[in-house]
Design a protein around this ligand. Structure first.
Ligand code: FAD
Length: 408
């Protein structure tokens, strides 16, 4: 029997056009759903927006976990992103004396990739925009969601600032401080835990140096993730395609507060990371140390991730983690791949059924929440452990002996 619902495509509202939300919008569009992608900020591709982005997690390590989700989109997204990536085969440990020790990540042909966060997000947005069944709404801040009715209220900040949209299914990809998650918590008995670590981070830039032909050259070996592990704090550096390095100083909040004059900062850097100082440059180092934002680091674990067949959270909204395992985005991309493989498994279609429902979706969400929360909680724990490994364990004699054996 045919009813008017037979021909209606399912509608999904994806909240958050960051890395994970935008990839998810592309996956849903390919399933034939109608997608509304909402983002609280302005379009990051606008020149005036680009000019204001300063010192905020500029580059990221993209690993096989994330690449697989890009590849699985069927749009060659992995190759598009890898075009401008720098392969990292090993970490380079810098000692206090200024010596460097290379520690391979895996076998010779294995590597992770340093990618530019903004470029990755911009490429995904541009691809999303090419789909006729995706509408992107910038400057839409989700305020409230009536999950049973599928009614979403946004604040747009212009003209008539409050707008209401309707959807069949809501996906919250709105980051660690997710409002979608807060709305879910009002409807379900969600297990929730969060932990801030006593470490802040601040990004610094290492510009290229000139080679003997006067051309720009990376200041350090570009195929390594460089770390200066000092037990309670550390500096790391990841290369960018423009031959700069983005350095990140991870340090307890109290130490940031104590290092409060130009002289103290320079003394500290010359004592602890002395080979980095001439490469960053004293003036630039001090300017960025005092003016770039300082971020805090949070782990969030929760479950379940869904409410019936009405809503689900993915990416940092579901599982924010400390960045030391380089897996936050990778894990969020994998969420998208896993979510859609489970939708396939349950035969979830692109059209509403005669009763106005999306058949199989509720069961699919049950399975997704169960499977994914176990994996995500494990990755959160590994990320926390890797904080210790990167800032401390990599310098222990036992660790170095093991690495030597692995290299044989
Ligand atoms: P976000 O990137 O937080 O995006 C959420 C989006 O939702 C934003 O665009 C936001 O504006 C929007 N939004 C929020 N609230 C609303 C609302 N109410 N209405 C509408 N829109 C809203 N991960 C890796 O895999 N590899 C790395 O090397 C790595 N390095 C890192 C280094 C640092 C210093 C940090 C802090 C993180 C790092 N991560 C890394 C983690 C990675 O940045 C995150 O896991 C990833 O950005 C999560 O993506 P997301 O799309 O889920 O959330």
């Amino acid at each position: 029997m045919s009813t008017s619902n037979d021909s209606k495509p399912c509608r999904v509202a994806v909240v958050g056009a960051g890395l994970v939300g935008t990839l998810n919008a592309i996956y849903f569009a390919q399933r034939g759903w109608h997608v509304d992608l909402f983002e609280l900020r302005k379009d990051m591709r606008l020149p005036e927006v680009k000019a204001t982005q300063r010192g905020k997690s500029i580059n990221l390590a993209l690993s096989e976990r994330g690449l697989s989700a890009l590849r699985n989109s069927g749009l060659d997204l992995d190759n598009l992103i890898l075009e401008a990536a720098v392969p990292l085969h090993a970490r380079m440990v810098h000692t206090t004396a200024g010596l460097q020790m290379s520690q391979a990540y895996g076998k010779k042909d294995q590597h992770i990739n340093a990618v530019d966060r903004a470029r990755l997000n911009e490429e995904l947005l541009t691809i999303a925009e090419e789909f006729s069944n995706i509408n992107i709404h910038f400057e839409h801040n989700l305020m409230k969601a009536d999950l049973d009715k599928g009614e979403l209220q946004f604040f747009t900040g212009t003209g008539n600032p409050e707008k209401t949209y309707h959807t069949d299914f809501l996906v919250g990809a709105d980051g660690a401080y997710s409002r979608t998650r807060t709305q879910l918590m009002r409807r379900i008995r969600m297990y929730y835990e969060q932990e801030y670590i006593d470490t802040a981070y601040c990004e610094l830039t290492m510009l290229p140096i000139k080679n003997k032909n006067g051309e720009d050259e990376f200041a350090l070996d570009p195929h390594h993730l460089h770390i200066w592990p000092r037990h309670t704090f550390m500096l790391i550096a990841l290369p960018n395609p423009d031959k700069t390095f983005t350095c990140t100083l991870f340090m307890p909040f109290g130490m940031f507060d104590e290092l409060n004059t130009k002289e103290l900062v320079l003394d500290f850097f010359k004592r602890e990371f002395k080979d980095s100082v001439p490469l960053i440059g004293e003036e630039k180092l001090v300017e960025e140390y005092f003016n770039n934002p300082r971020g805090s680091l949070i782990t969030i674990k929760c479950k379940p991730y869904h409410y019936q067949d009405r809503a689900v959270i993915i990416g940092d909204a579901a599982h924010a983690m400390v960045p030391f395992y380089g897996q936050g985005m990778n894990c969020g991309f994998q969420d998208v791949q896993v979510l859609h493989s489970i939708l396939d498994k349950h035969g979830v279609k692109a059209k509403l059924s005669a009763d106005g429902k999306i058949h199989g979706l509720h069961q699919a969400m049950e399975e997704y929440s169960k499977e994914r929360s176990e994996d995500a909680h494990a990755i959160c724990d590994l990320a926390m452990y890797n904080h210790y490994e990167m800032r401390s364990a990599v310098t222990s004699p036992l660790y170095l002996a093991r690495k030597k054996l692995e290299a044989v």
